[in-house]
Design a binder for this molecule. Structure first.
Ligand SMILES: NC(=O)c1ccc[n+]([C@@H]2O[C@H](COP(=O)([O-])OP(=O)(O)OC[C@H]3O[C@@H](n4cnc5c(N)ncnc54)[C@H](O)[C@@H]3O)[C@@H](O)[C@H]2O)c1
Length: 320
């Protein structure tokens, strides 16, 4: 018999509860991922909005608690998902650490600034609370394979790349930075090109050239989110060009082949295009949590990763 872990979701909003339903094909909410994974028992939601909390509770057939105390007074809770807006991550991450929990599944970004993030790391270390940070592309098989191929040198050296995002360097740019750190290497330094406050007053979207520790560079460009939402990148290696498009739902692979036009020249030609299982990232992250609790499987996005992503964002913000 599988062990059962009780789960509480704090923040009954889109990612916590409402992006999907029990019958959706895509698994996009914390609620759906826990609901579908054997070994977890979703107890309910805490939300400052009674209306949203109760709607989510009805949707997922669980309880609504108006406060954390209410939830913990009447239940043993092993896992807490933190799905409140960015501004409240620190408060809630700190508050839940006062209760006897095993693991927190934290929405990105880890916090709003590095002081807050370091304090969370210190507290969780002292209290031995595990934490998985939700930079979703790390939980997708196709991205795991890309990383393996890159690390094994199958594509040759990384040369350069570029990518697009909007809605804040911390809020969304950190997804791009996390994916680059995951696929390429740590970021050594950078040069800022421009910025715009396209959504949050305190979280500008920054365009910059990033230089990697292992060589090569990447131009990240901010595209104001009032136009549309875009999250894409393209990575050029000695022997391959990889395009990550449609938020990461699709990957295109280009090979170096003899030019079809100019004799003696080599060009890049698209040889493959495939869909990823980004729509299952949430399910895979919850499976990672189960395997971590049960068999000590390594967490795929740690507090330290969340901190490193934030530290690049914070340095970029300081210099504008
Ligand atoms: N990993 C990803 O790809 C991804 C995708 C979407 C959102 N997110 C992250 O998830 C978080 C939530 O985003 P969302 O779009 O679901 O937001 P949302 O506004 O739809 O939902 C947030 C909910 O939290 C509640 N809330 C606010 N303060 C609270 C508090 N102190 N205690 C309890 N409840 C509180 C609100 O009432 C609301 O219901 C954000 O930090 C966002 O960055 C991550």
């Amino acid at each position: 018999m599988k062990k059962q872990y009780n789960v509480l979701i704090v923040g009954a909003g889109n990612i916590g509860a409402f992006f999907d339903t029990k019958s959706s094909k895509n698994i996009l909410t914390h609620a759906n991922a826990f609901y579908r994974t054997e070994g977890f028992n979703l107890l309910g939601f805490v939300d400052v909005s009674e209306n949203k909390g109760k709607r989510a509770a009805t949707l997922w057939d669980v309880k609504y608690f108006s406060t954390l105390e209410d939830a913990f007074n009447t239940n043993e809770i092993d896992v807490v998902s933190v799905c409140v807006p960015d501004d409240y991550h620190y408060d809630i991450l700190k508050k839940v650490s006062n209760f006897p929990i095993k693991l927190v599944f934290a929405e990105k970004p880890l916090a709003k600034n590095l002081d807050q993030a370091s304090e969370i790391i210190r507290i969780y270390g002292e209290k031995n609370i595990r934490c998985l940070v939700n930079y979703s592309r790390r939980f997708v098989n196709e991205f795991n394979i890309l990383r393996k191929n890159i690390l094994e040198g199958q594509y040759g050296n990384f040369v350069c790349g570029n990518g697009y995002y909007g809605k804040g360097i911390l809020h969304n740019g950190s997804h791009l930075i996390d994916l680059l750190r995951y696929l390429i290497s740590e970021i050594k330094d950078f040069k800022i090109l421009s910025h715009s406050f396209d959504f949050y007053d305190d979280d500008p979207s920054v365009s910059a050239i990033l230089n990697f520790e292992n060589g090569g560079n990447f131009v990240m460009q901010n595209v104001p989110c009032s136009n549309y939402t875009i999250f894409e990148m393209e990575l050029l290696f000695q022997y391959k060009r990889i395009k990550i498009v449609d938020s990461g739902f699709k990957i295109e692979i280009y090979d170096v082949l003899d030019s079809e036009v100019f004799a003696g020249y080599k060009n890049l030609y698209k040889v493959k295009e495939y869909e990823t299982e980004l729509n299952k990232a949430m399910l895979n992250s919850v499976i990672n949590i189960y395997n971590n609790l049960n068999n000590d499987e390594e967490l795929k996005c740690t507090l330290e990763d969340g901190y490193k992503d934030m530290s690049i964002c914070e340095k970029l913000k300081v210099e504008i």
